[in-house]
Design a protein around this ligand. Structure first.
Ligand code: SF4
Length: 465
């Protein structure tokens, strides 16, 4: 309702227009409900591995708290430890800096082909578009991402990039782009993708991955995946580049014993993800496999803005499990693309206004029923719905509210604090004032109806009797 009386940015009006359209797309809803239904069916099995899942979530939150409160020290320890084994650490304050560093490495290696595993942070910096401009082919090797790349679409979900596509949609897409038969089964489609990707692995000079965790005490990155493509992207090409947000830090190698099963449970309902790799650096003397060089790009790109804010800091605890997206009634209706951001759903609505511009993106913090389901399901107990309210408050404090909104709230406050004013208008007048002023409400809902008598009037009458 509120965006209608706020100072609406172009992004906000586009969001409202696109979400209005998507919310009535029943085919889209059917596919999403089907896929989220499958997720909901398996999560309890994953949870059953924990003796006390609530305690596990709280411990994970405490560990992320520890990491973020001492992030400077943890990052330095990470850098010192991984550098000792020959990796090169690059600090990038912005997306542009990260891209320039990658370009320079590509030039040094005369790179023409890159194999890339699924990584939201490389989506955030728009890496593929950037490389394309310089004639470098960057091939997505995760099946879901590969499908999205074929379709020239960004990922729809942070864990399941092609969640909005049915198997028939994928078969049609492969037929159109790769000349395969439109009747292929999911297994056959997977084999087609595998065959195409193997060629790319053989050609690629560089492999790029993200990281699920940075591990301070041993100086390593941890990558979690179900297909083995990230492991190949790390190890097959001669150069491995890791692009990772600085908030992915965990203090110790032993913390993985908690984070790996937690991420698997809340991400895909598994007890443990199929492939979990810990990369400690490039190939060491005497080792037969692995890249000759490894670069780790530690990306800020707005994260220290969040870190400097004691209230919103906890949004950096996110381990990108995607559970809050699957639980969100808004996400389930409008889907991932309508957000027009890298990170969609509740966590996207919380962090995007801080990673980008509050004024441009605050509308996402209003796209919530505040039901609190996101907070209920969050693997690391982030108070997501409260952070959405915090964003709304901060946007007003930053002066992003329009003149009309400020006046509306002043009038509302005056009326609410004055009983005489509240009782002045009769039911008809109140109905008219509310339904004609709050236009966004009745555009999609029945008019608000005031009762014939206010509670105060009823109360007085009861006491008289
Ligand atoms: S906010 Fe919580 S539930 Fe949402 S993706 Fe992050 S860790 Fe998962």
């Amino acid at each position: 309702m509120l965006p209608y009386i706020c100072n609406m940015s172009e992004k906000a009006s586009t969001f409202i227009a696109r979400s209005t359209e998507k919310a009535i797309d029943l085919e889209h809803r059917r596919k999403i409900n089907f896929n989220i239904g499958k997720y909901n069916a398996v999560v309890p099995a994953g949870k059953s591995q924990f003796h006390d899942v609530e305690l596990a979530r709280q411990r994970a939150k405490n560990l992320k708290w520890k990491s973020l409160e001492t992030l400077d020290l943890q990052l330095e320890a990470f850098e010192a430890n991984i550098t000792r084994r020959g990796a090169k650490v690059i600090w990038a304050e912005t997306a542009a800096q990260a891209l320039q560093e990658i370009k320079q490495i590509c030039e040094e290696k005369s790179c023409k082909t890159i194999v890339k595993s699924k990584s939201m942070v490389t989506e955030e910096i728009k890496l593929n578009d950037f490389l394309h401009k310089y004639g470098i082919e960057s091939v997505e090797t995760d099946l879901g991402e590969y499908i999205q790349q074929l379709d020239d679409e960004p990922p729809y979900h942070i864990v399941t990039p092609a969640m909005h596509k049915s198997k028939e949609d994928v078969a049609r897409l492969f037929a159109e782009k790769l000349n395969t038969s439109p009747d292929l089964t999911p297994e056959q489609l997977t084999l087609v993708a595998r065959e195409k990707l193997r060629e790319k692995y053989a050609q690629a000079e560089i492999g790029i991955t993200g990281a699920n965790f940075l591990i301070a005490d041993i100086g390593a990155i941890a990558v979690t995946e179900n297909e083995g493509n990230a492991r190949l992207s790390c190890a097959f090409p001669k150069t491995h580049i890791v692009v990772v947000g600085i908030e992915k830090m965990i203090p110790s190698f032993t913390d993985l014993a908690l984070f790996w099963p937690l991420l698997a449970t809340y991400g895909t309902g598994q007890r443990i993800t199929s492939y979990n790799s810990i990369v400690l650096g490039p190939k060491q003397p005497g080792e037969p496999d692995g890249p000759e060089e490894m670069y780790v790009i530690l990306l800020d790109n707005g994260r220290t803005n969040i870190l400097s804010n004691p209230k919103t800091r906890e949004s950096l605890y996110c381990i990108r499990c995607g559970a809050c997206l699957n639980a969100c009634p808004v996400y389930k209706n409008i889907g991932g693309h309508v957000y027009a951001t890298t990170y969609s759903g509740p966590i996207g609505a919380v962090i995007t206004p801080h990673l980008k511009e509050m004024n441009e993106w605050k509308h996402l913090s209003y796209a919530s029923s505040l039901c609190g389901n996101c907070t209920e399901v969050c693997a690391v107990k982030i108070n997501l719905h409260e952070l959405l309210l915090e964003n709304r408050k901060e946007s007003v404090e930053e002066g992003d509210a329009s003149f009309a909104e400020k006046i509306a709230w002043k009038l509302w406050k005056k009326a609410m604090l004055n009983r005489k004013l509240m009782n002045m208008g009769n039911q008809k007048i109140k109905n008219w004032v509310v339904n004609s002023l709050v236009k966004g409400w009745s555009a999609h809902r029945a008019d608000l109806q005031f009762p014939a008598k206010s509670f105060n009037e009823e109360w007085k009458a009861t006491r008289k009797r």
